[in-house]
Design a protein around this ligand. Structure first.
Ligand code: DAH
Length: 429
């Protein structure tokens, strides 16, 4: 599949110079003015209309349904457009002004005031504001990153949230619900290593009572332990229970915060982030007198494990040999249809002062699409006198659909080189 097929993106002007600076982009039917902050590429924008999580039978859609069936009484919200303001993505969730996620090297910007959401938590405020006391939202999220079998600049997250009344009766009901869930889990083949519901380093928020925060943390953990059992428990039995561990974490928009890891096929896997929602988020959503939890999980990470999908690019393939192996709402083991030979080529150049490795990766994705399997930095050098930086990148090309011939690979490498020069202004060594 070629990611170069650029469906909705219309550059009104041709690329004239580096960096490409068309005056406007057409994205999801919207015309958007570009500026000096613009760093989205055609390869990225071509993904926006695809909405893999809605494609019946696609592993990501099946996994979404599985999570939804666990949270069967939660409202399932449809993902809004991934175009959000930095305020929506960061500020309303109390990210500090200097948070690294805001950097142009880490996130995709359409212009200074519009970006592609980097996580599904972006929609917490509006989802709580819709007066749902429990909801799930699945979304495509975008982050600039390296190129290898488990990193792709577009991936999917499911965000879930739930709020509770803080009056004595509501908390009493919650306590009973917790007890009932606990009893079920105690009889199930799951071994949980817990973290304290809160601690000095993972504190209860000012304004929350310790009792209410502990009840909400416990509810969060019980709900997600049940989900882990549903997703990963199939292979476990009484003699070998599923192992889940809770770890104290830190997120700008929750306190206390936790991560969950699951021991699966010999490894601890990080599955999700979660916590007690910051009261400022609920205040912005205008739901007074409530306390809540939220979690966010990465769908690709989990689907790769459950369906034995070895390379994250496969989620985007249109190859029937991939899709015919899956049926709706069933977890099955993917059998790789073939592995075509890989070809690697090295390229060494002097980087411009502000050039980031992620700029190089975006050029590679843009020029050769998903044929780029892996890009690694082999060597870096800083000139002792001039301070100029150079690097050697090794690009591994492998099509998932057919064998590439050497001349094709060389031609792709040539186009990558020309685009690095034209767009990033690098100088070949
Ligand atoms: N948004 C976080 C991420 O992308 C995940 C997350 C952490 C979601 C904590 C949450 C949460 O709802 O409470 O890494």
């Amino acid at each position: 599949m070629s990611t170069l097929a650029c469906r909705r993106l219309v550059f009104r002007r041709p690329f004239l110079s580096a960096p490409p600076s068309p005056s406007s982009l057409s994205v999801l039917g919207q015309s958007i003015l570009t500026d000096d902050y613009t760093n989205v590429t055609p390869a990225i924008l071509s993904k926006l209309p695809i909405r893999l999580w809605e494609k019946h039978g696609h592993p990501l859609c099946t996994l979404r349904s599985l999570v939804e069936s666990h949270f069967s009484d939660f409202a399932s919200l449809s993902a809004p457009s991934p175009l959000v303001t930095p305020a929506q993505n960061f500020d309303v969730l109390s990210f500090p002004p200097d948070h690294p996620g805001r950097a142009r090297s880490d996130s995709y910007y359409l212009n200074r005031s519009l970006m592609l959401r980097t996580h599904a938590s972006t929609h917490q405020v509006e989802s709580f504001a819709k007066e749902h006391d429990r909801w799930l939202l699945t979304a495509d999220v975008y982050r600039r990153d390296e190129i290898d079998a488990s990193h792709y600049p577009v991936f999917h997250q499911m965000e879930g949230g739930r709020v509770f009344g803080t009056d004595t009766t509501s908390l009493k009901i919650l306590e009973e619900e917790n007890r009932a869930l606990e009893e079920v889990l105690e009889r199930s083949p799951i071994h949980i290593v817990d973290a304290p519901h809160y601690s000095p380093t993972n504190p209860v928020q000012a304004g929350h009572s310790a009792d209410a925060a502990a009840l909400v943390s416990r509810s969060l953990k019980l709900s997600l332990n049940g989900l882990m059992l549903k997703l990963f428990g199939g292979a476990s039995n009484k003699d070998e229970p599923l192992q889940v561990r809770w770890i104290e974490a830190e997120f700008p928009f929750t306190s206390p915060s936790f991560e969950v890891e699951v021991f699966f096929r010999g490894k601890w896997l990080e599955i999700l982030g979660s916590g007690v929602v910051l009261q400022s988020t609920l205040d912005r959503a205008n739901v007074p007198g409530k306390i809540g939890w939220a979690f966010g999980l990465g769908l690709e990470r989990i689907a790769m494990i459950l369906f034995s999908i070895p390379d994250i690019r496969l989620f985007w393939t249109s190859d029937e040999r991939f899709h015919s192996q899956f049926s709706p709402n069933a977890i099955s083991t993917f059998v790789p249809y073939s592995k075509y030979p890989a070809a690697s080529r090295d390229i060494s150049f002097w980087l411009g002062a502000g050039t980031h490795d992620n700029d190089v990766y975006d050029v590679v994705r843009d020029v050769v699409g998903d044929v780029a399997e892996d890009v690694v930095v082999l060597d870096r050098f800083t000139h002792p006198k001039t301070g100029r930086r150079s690097a050697t990148f090794r690009i591994t090309y492998r099509s998932m659909e057919r064998s590439l011939v050497g001349s094709e690979v060389s031609a792709m490498q040539g186009r990558v080189r020309d685009t690095l020069i034209g767009r990033l202004g690098v100088e070949m060594r």
